[in-house]
Write a protein that binds this ligand. Structure first.
Ligand code: UGA
Length: 449
């Protein structure tokens, strides 16, 4: 929305939220999310044609177009728990729009939604005041965190799904302020909703595919980065999204695939459901393989050993930790009673503790006394990568932050316990250089040769 306001000075954008603290943060110098370049975009438009406010009803009344951009987390209870999307917030938005509208509007689904959600949104809207006309469009977002501003400025495509050509063109006119018309794809509403889930499923599948091969590389002596480089030159495959890692994270991949799996099951397609579910199964395997590898390499015990965790965010250039592989690896290592010192340039200590507590609490969210003690006593947070590694038995790289590449590894080596192990979950460190310094380094998908 900030980008729309930035690129379209003639359009008034009101961003509304029920949470006053969040809105206050959007109106301050400290935005609630860390995203390179976002502050400048917000600053330029805020107070001109971009407003952040809690006045939901007034904003709806004054608008011609409403974007529904609430979260759709995986359901934790009831039918479809663990797979289906929780549409409670989308439905509440639709009801609030219906209650507060006194003129025709275009309603845009920006949240990622299961196929055929537009149908429910339409029914809720049309069941209120019969004289008001709502056109519902699907307009999924394809930006990735960390590169959001660039992705929004130069999108590969804008996708608009709907059944009313006039409404579609109204939304296309917004994007046409800066996106060439041939990049604006118009489809029916179901294709648009399904394309979003499919795009994320294909991207995640590539990561799981290369991660599956990384296990085979380790067993055979092949090098996964060389394999990725070699296959990526095939123009039919392409080089992107072939970086083997400790496992993908983020709020979208797993959620959207599980949602896809649920839809396939719902429509009586168990083979298709199983096929996509395997992408998530492989990702869980990769995370677990990484933590098991640490324990095995460190003489089958990490109990009371200090391990420096470098990075906690699910990827670099974001402070988002949702579904980050780091949380799972830390949980496994804490179960083995390792002492962890975590450093991430953007993630707060409160967030780290909250994430670990949430995962370790399991389905009922209750920590046992032992788990609470381990969390309190065995988790520390450091203010730099070097400080985290001081007197550590091992370093585990969980996020590919650029600053990790440039550390003073000689000093770090001297400050660590010996043998000084490094587990590079992102393959970003110079393994040859580190080996020469004396480190014992394990990278993803690099066999003994
Ligand atoms: C993803 C999609 O890339 C976006 O197109 C989509 O709009 C977004 O989800 C969404 O649905 O909101 P995002 O999760 O922000 O974006 O970040 P990605 O760059 O896709 O990375 C996801 C995870 O995969 C990260 O943990 C990343 O480290 C990992 N990854 C990515 C790899 O392990 N290897 C790769 O080669 C690429």
């Amino acid at each position: 929305m900030a980008m729309i306001a930035h690129q379209c000075p003639d359009i008034d954008v009101h961003v509304v939220d029920l949470n006053p603290e969040r809105i206050a943060a959007w109106n301050s110098e400290e935005l609630p999310v860390y995203e390179p370049g976002l502050y400048d975009v917000v600053k330029q438009a805020r107070g001109r044609n971009l407003r952040f406010t809690t006045e939901v009803a007034a904003a709806i009344r004054e608008s011609n177009m409403c974007f529904i951009s609430v979260n759709t987390p995986t359901k934790t209870h009831g039918i479809g728990a663990g797979r289906a999307a929780n549409l409670e917030f989308v439905e509440k938005c639709a009801r609030t729009i219906a209650e507060n509208s006194d003129s025709d509007k275009v309603i845009v689904e920006k949240s990622t939604l299961p196929v055929r959600t537009a149908e429910s949104v339409k029914r809720i809207l049309s069941s209120s005041k019969s004289d008001i006309k709502f056109d519902v469009l699907s307009n999924p977002e394809f930006l990735a965190e960390g590169t959001a501003i660039d992705d929004l400025l130069k999108p590969d495509r804008i996708l608009i799904g709907g059944d009313n050509a006039t409404a579609i063109e109204k939304l296309a006119d917004v994007y046409k302020h800066w996106v060439p018309n041939d990049k604006i794809i118009r489809t029916n509403i179901w294709s648009s909703e399904l394309s979003k889930l499919t795009a994320n499923a294909f991207l995640a599948q590539r990561v799981s595919s290369i991660n599956a091969i990384s296990a085979l590389c380790e067993a055979t002596g092949a090098d996964v980065d060389e394999v990725a480089g070699a296959i990526g030159t095939d123009s039919r495959i392409g080089p992107r999204f072939l970086k083997s890692s400790v496992g993908f994270g983020g709020s979208c991949f797993q959620k959207d695939i599980l949602n896809l799996v649920y839809l396939c099951e719902h429509f009586g397609l168990p083979e298709v459901a199983k096929y996509w579910e395997q992408v998530v199964v492989m990702n869980d395997y990769q995370k677990r393989r990484f933590s098991t590898g640490i324990v095995k390499t460190m003489f089958n015990t990490v109990s009371d050993k200090k391990i420096a965790i470098w990075g906690f965010a699910f990827k670099k250039d974001t402070n988002d930790t949702r579904e980050s592989a780091a949380i799972y690896v830390c949980r496994d290592l804490l179960e083995e009673r390792a002492r962890l010192t975590i450093y991430d340039p953007q993630v707060s200590i409160e967030q780290i503790r909250k994430d670990l507590e949430y995962l370790m609490g399991g389905v009922d969210g209750q920590l046992t006394d032992t788990q609470r003690r381990v969390l309190n006593e065995n988790v520390n947070v450091a203010s730099s990568a070097e400080a985290a590694a001081h007197e550590a038995h091992a370093i585990a790289v969980m996020t590919e932050w650029d600053e990790f590449r440039d550390c003073d590894f000689k000093t770090i080596y001297d400050s660590m316990m010996k043998p000084a192990f490094v587990f590079d979950g992102r393959n970003i460190l110079d393994a040859e250089k580190l080996t020469k310094l004396g480190f014992e380094i394990s990278s993803i998908g690099k066999g003994e040769g």
